[in-house]
Ligand binder design. Structure first.
Ligand SMILES: C[S@@+](CC[C@H](N)C(=O)[O-])C[C@H]1O[C@@H](n2cnc3c(N)ncnc32)[C@H](O)[C@@H]1O
Length: 235
């Protein structure tokens, strides 16, 4: 059983080895790690508990910029994919989105053009023990064998180059979701859409974290912009 060590700041650490944990709140000795409250060498308290799927996801390896849970959750909410859905994503990057989706839908196919990135994705999938996420070393601008997707998510710099592949792969009425860091890229993508897709909306998710401590409560000073999400439907 993997254990997760949580701090009241929201930071979490997975127990992956027998090594001590070095944190900015002091060192937690591996011999002290057990379920319940534990204390670092500086007297700071942590809570140790069995790692949840969310803890495991937050602590996966990262190679490229990843889709964070707040955006992955928004994609699921907008498209309504569920335990019977077949979903694709490209590029796989570090596999964060593929793994998040793998915990929810029936089948995920994840396509990545770089071998070193695919290796990280495969490691992350096996860390989570997911059996329903299949990776492909493949340029998504070229045709793919798999068809009948309920949802396909593109998170890559030039999604407009993959539109022909998407037209063949997504089923009638299925969703194409595109995630891009800059709104000018979203504009280029939406303006370049073929008649096969109807653009429904483009949005960003803003999660405003608050610092809540003692009698103080105020928004955290650092707020995170991630990316823009365009939702389209295959016509
Ligand atoms: C920002 S990362 C994706 C992160 C991923 N969504 C995650 O949550 O971990 C973009 C990835 O797209 C890959 N990529 C770029 N062009 C591609 C293409 N034509 N076909 C497949 N993958 C591509 C890159 O190698 C990179 O790994």
């Amino acid at each position: 059983m993997k254990l997760c060590i949580l701090h009241r700041s929201g930071s979490s650490f997975l127990q992956d080895s027998e090594k001590d944990f070095h944190t900015k709140w002091g060192v937690v000795r591996s011999k002290d790690v057990k379920i319940g409250k534990i204390v670092s060498n500086t007297g700071e308290e942590f809570l140790c508990c069995p790692a949840s799927q969310g803890d495991l996801l937050r602590n996966l390896k990262r190679k490229a910029q990843v889709i964070l849970p707040k955006d992955a959750a928004a994609i699921i909410a907008e498209t309504g994919v569920h335990t019977e859905s077949k979903v694709g994503d490209a590029g796989s990057g570090s596999g964060w989105l593929a793994c998040f989706l793998g915990g929810i839908v029936k089948e995920v196919h994840s396509y990545e053009v770089r071998e070193d990135h695919k290796k990280v994705v495969d490691e992350n999938i096996s860390r989570l023990g997911l059996k329903n996420v299949k990776t492909h070393l493949q340029d998504i601008t070229q045709p793919i064998k798999e068809k009948g997707f309920d949802l396909f998510v593109l998170d890559m710099p030039t999604p407009w180059e993959a539109l022909e592949t998407m037209t063949a792969a997504i089923k009638q009425g299925g969703f194409l979701v595109v995630y891009l860091p800059h709104i000018t890229q979203s504009l280029q993508f939406v303006n370049g859409l073929s008649d096969s897709f109807l653009h429904l909306k483009t949005f960003e998710t803003l999660q405003r974290a608050w610092m809540v401590e003692g009698k103080k409560a105020r928004p955290e000073t650092q707020q995170l912009h991630t990316g823009f999400i365009s939702v389209c439907r295959k016509v």
